[in-house]
Design a protein around this ligand. Structure first.
Ligand code: F6P
Ligand code: MN
Length: 424
């Protein structure tokens, strides 16, 4: 509105100037012009000195002044229109940006290609002192290579039986589970093992050092969509065993993500590392010493059904939306949490309520992820007391839990908003 009014004013002033210039030329004709005409003064002003001389007249000062004014005003009007246009365009761009939530809320990798990547062997040689644990990790990764291959060639169909929890069991779940049981039952490192599909502790090699707990293929509800799924493994020492221990007692944990690439995130002696499965089934170290930032703008809200019962969860989701966080949620715990290791930020929330109870398993899912995220500088909440998920005692193999996990400030926000607790 303002710019239109301004433009109209300019045109009025220009019109007045034009009228004045015509009037002046008419009233005070230039010297030597005998018969003033309507056209003459215009010609006097518009043509250059030579033509004036040729016409045998000198320019009228009044009309020169008025025409100069006219030119300046015209220029001002043109510039003003151009500015308004640019402003209009950027306004349109801004509106589109707001509408699509682009640029400022999209997160792209800042990873730069290296000339050389360390191999798994090279990294384990210096970053995992314990030889037995090294052997255990190598066996687990071999199983994950086999699972990768099985996922490539098997259709996702329903198995004829459901698992011990009554969940629908898929053929790929069974294949992945069988591969891990093959490992557990033949490994010299494993003394006890338990699978989410079969939640009992099975004794294996009596001389083995470790208790293995795994979710063979997390993401049964999305694997038919061909979305990313994963294997989650927690490793406890036989000195603590599993029952009565906590997630903090794990000696290592790893999560393998089967997406367009197969990557594995694991805790080594000094932090969290990512390895990528490459040609010839060789693992290369694609990220080392991964750190999750304290603040984040990415949210992954699991069990949103609970927001109907838990007002705090509804408020928390509202906070994410009001503050324009980016939603990155697939419904698979593995990709939904592992994004924190690549984006270096994020929060995964899974509170529970009476009508939407906990689904996540402490030993098979929450504790192994807790170790990874906390070692990467993130934080966890058990979704009840607000304390670290790593301090929850494992009383039963199939124990379920609520969970918030990720960027520390956001886990604090979860604790204060959903659990109404003060930040620790
Ligand atoms: O294993 C449980 C699980 O399938 C996780 O992989 C996933 O994060 C969660 O459940 C999904 O829950 P929801 O459907 O409530 O978002
Ligand atoms: Mn699972």
């Amino acid at each position: 509105m303002w710019s239109l009014r301004r433009e109209r004013c300019l045109f009025v002033v220009m019109a007045v100037c034009l009228a004045c210039s015509l009037g002046l030329s008419f009233i005070v004709p230039p010297a030597g012009v005998q018969q003033p005409s309507f056209r003459a003064p215009l010609r006097n002003v518009l043509v250059d000195d030579t033509s004036s001389t040729l016409a045998g007249s000198t320019p009228n000062l009044g009309s020169v002044a008025c025409f100069t004014c006219l030119a300046v005003m015209g220029l001002a009007a043109a510039m003003h229109r151009r500015k308004a246009c640019q402003k209009g365009q950027s306004l349109v761009a801004l509106k589109a940006d707001e509408a699509y939530g682009a640029s400022h809320t999209s997160f792209y990798t800042d990873a730069v290609a290296k000339d050389k990547y360390d191999t798994l062997e090279e990294v384990l040689a210096t970053k995992l002192k314990d030889d037995k644990l090294k052997g255990m990790v190598n066996e687990l990764l071999d199983a994950c290579v086999k699972i990768t291959e099985a996922l490539r060639v098997n259709l996702v169909t329903v198995n004829d039986a459901s698992n011990a929890f009554g969940d629908t069991q898929l053929t790929v779940d069974v294949i992945a589970d069988d591969l891990l049981w093959d490992l557990a039952k033949t490994s010299k490192y494993v003394c006890e093992a338990s699978s989410e599909e079969e939640p009992e502790i099975v004794k294996t090699c009596p001389d083995g050092q470790y208790v293995l707990c795994w979710d063979p293929l997390d993401g049964s509800s999305i694997v038919d969509n061909n979305w990313a799924v994963g294997t989650i493994v927690g490793v406890w020492d036989k000195s603590t065993g599993l029952i009565g221990a906590t997630g903090r007692d794990q000696v290592m944990s790893l999560v393998t993500l089967y997406g367009p690439r197969t990557t594995v995130f694991m805790t080594l002696d000094d932090g969290v590392y990512e390895f990528t499965l490459g040609p010839g089934n060789q693992w290369i170290c694609s990220q080392d010493q991964i750190q999750i930032k304290t603040e984040c703008k990415i949210f992954a809200p699991a069990n949103m059904r609970a927001a109907q019962d838990v007002e705090g969860y509804s408020k928390l989701i509202d906070h994410y939306m009001t503050n324009k966080y980016t939603l990155r949620y697939s419904g698979g715990l593995v990709p939904d949490v592992c994004q924190q290791f690549t984006k270096k930020q994020g929060v995964f929330t899974n509170p529970t309520s009476k009508s939407s109870p906990a689904k996540l398993r402490l030993a098979f899912e929450a504790a192994p992820f807790g170790r990874l995220v906390e070692m990467a500088g993130g934080k966890t909440s058990d979704g009840v007391t607000g304390k670290s998920i790593l301090d929850v005692k494992i009383e039963a193999v199939d124990q379920r839990t609520a969970l918030a996990i990720g960027s520390a400030a956001e886990v604090d926000r979860f604790n204060s908003t959903v659990l109404q607790l003060q930040a620790a």
